[in-house]
Design a protein around this ligand. Structure first.
Ligand SMILES: [Mg+2]
Ligand SMILES: [Zn+2]
Length: 247
């Protein structure tokens, strides 16, 4: 008999460089011309990131880039089959899956639908995107400009404190285990919210900024941390966490 049966698991994912094998904002800017990629690079420390994406999408719209063009490009984004298999496995084992991402609703919805994954997620928390009457994609900050700042001392972006959103999910009901998977600086705050006593786990992508942040402040992350090198490696780790073999 198993010594413990974990029934209610919450698994929360970052999106760019965690579920997909690129950053969707960079992908789109590069796809539609070097000038957009260059501007993104020139302005990233001058214009807030979400506002910068909105600005670049406005320029793309002026150049005739349509919703269909954006969809076509998003559909080409690499999504590893092992990561897809891992998601299906976790869902089949009864886990509740959510995304907290600094991309936007349009990119994420489009990409999840291409791979028939949209039904797997209970919640997608990200910057809202919508097409205006002229067919231009507008991106707004998740925590909008007129809302009070989240005041987080961790390196969270002004538009989204992922830790605060993870905390809301964790507080909404009782969980037997919470797993957070991410790669970057803004994934540190949610990683620091996980609980050791509950057996929570951080799945941090190896050799990227989240690993660096955790190793700089190991005292702030109480949960067990497992570093994963690739989607293939992540799938193996997830199978062992869920006690599933032969998949
Ligand atoms: Mg990421
Ligand atoms: Zn935060």
């Amino acid at each position: 008999m198993p010594t413990s049966i974990i029934s209610k698991r919450l698994v929360v994912f970052d999106f760019d460089w965690t579920l997909i094998e690129t950053d969707s904002d960079y992908w789109i800017a590069e796809h539609f011309g070097q000038e957009f990629a260059q501007q993104q690079q020139d302005l990233f420390d001058k214009v807030q990131w979400t506002d910068l994406q909105d600005l670049l999408l406005g320029q793309m719209h002026q150049r005739g880039v349509t919703r269909q063009d954006l969809e076509k490009s998003l559909k080409e984004i690499p999504f590893a089959p092992e990561m897809i298999a891992a998601l299906r496995l976790m869902k089949s084992q009864g886990a509740e899956l959510c995304i907290i991402s600094d991309a936007n609703t349009f990119y994420i919805d489009t990409i999840l639908k291409v791979h028939d994954l949209d039904q797997l997620f209970t919640k997608v928390i990200t910057n809202p995107g919508h097409f205006d009457k002229d067919g231009r994609l507008r991106i707004k900050r998740y925590h909008d400009i007129d809302q009070e700042p989240h005041g987080c001392s961790f390196p969270c972006h002004v538009n989204l404190c992922k830790g605060r959103e993870l905390q809301k999910l964790m507080d909404a009901q009782e969980w037997d285990q919470v797993i957070y998977m991410g790669d970057s600086t803004n994934d540190f705050c949610p990683s620091a919210r996980l609980l050791k006593e509950r057996g929570d786990i951080v799945l941090a992508r190896a050799n990227l900024l989240l690993e660096k942040n955790i190793k700089e402040h190991p005292e702030l992350v109480k949960a067990k941390v497992i570093y994963w090198e690739s989607p293939q490696h992540a799938f193996e780790i997830i199978k062992s966490i869920f006690n599933v073999s032969n998949v």
